[in-house]
Design a protein around this ligand. Sequence first.
Ligand SMILES: O=C(O)CCC(=O)C(=O)O
Length: 348
Amino acid sequence: MSIPPAPRPLPCAPAAIDAGWRQWIAENRLRNCTPESMLATMAGAGLDTRASAAAIAQMENDPAFLAARRFQQLQRKLESVLENLQRLWFSAPDYAVVEKRPEPSLDEFVERYVRGCRPLVITDLTRDWPATQRWSPADLKQRFGHLDIEIQAERSADPKFEENKLAHRRIARLSAFVDQVLKGGPTNDYYMTANNEALRRPEFAPLLADIGRLPRVCDRAHLAARSSFWFGPAGTVTPLHHDTLMLFHTQVVGRKRWRFISPLQIAHLYNCNNVFSPIDLDRPDLQRYPDFAKAQVLEVIAEPGETVFLPLGWWHQVTSLDVSLSFSYSNLTVPNEFTYVNPEIHNW
Ligand SMILES: O=C(O)CCC(=O)C(=O)O
């Protein structure tokens, strides 16, 4: 990916090769752009060709650039370590499919899915859940319609709606939101996401009473503090990101399409901002993000009553295929707190 230069008006006299341009040269050289392609971009921006060529040549011996090259070599080594582990994982024939099966024993679950770091869909967990019989938009409206809830709204106009989620917070009366979801048809414009914190409020405690048996690895005592309720129309998209812990996500009403990418493939995901990737799995821009072509995407549809296990660090993009009600929880009894050192490079 070559970084697009900041748009500048074409000057009458050639523009100076300032510090911003020298940083641009350094970054693009580190990405192995050729001097010729960089010269073409610089000429297009009105820079003098001889001065540009000199600046590109000087960069090769700039001590700061040489230091960056050393760190780049370390990064490449780390990437190759991850890539080799990825090849090893995926040499198991069943690794590239997301398994659907009844809940395994606790030992097998911890060994194969938690430590083995594999996504899974558990098919038989919710048989005794009152929620599967009771929950529907109409039931929500009848029992909780008088309450205000936090939703995410006006998302369609903002390509970075998830990264900007604080700006999309709105308070809505739940009865009005149920009507909007039912009448509005498929859209990504509004969604009641995990941010809503409803399950921390005593008024919503009856929802928790509708949750039956949990996976054996979960601790019921921490359910209220570590669970989230999701409600929205068909067409909602949660863009590609990774979480910082492991969780379960039970689909109660409607279906969701989950796509996963292994954490070992982070080098192909242009993760320059926090836990987000700029890649949209529905329309990946390979011109801008060519390395993404190397990533392997796993896919599964979670049907009503099924529970997705999200292993540590797996990237996921999630789309609702129907009006959807779901419930996620991270109250695992195995250690489930992890630290990620996140990049915050906003102008990448
Ligand atoms: O259901 C969704 O839209 C997103 C779910 C998700 O990203 C999560 O539970 O971590």
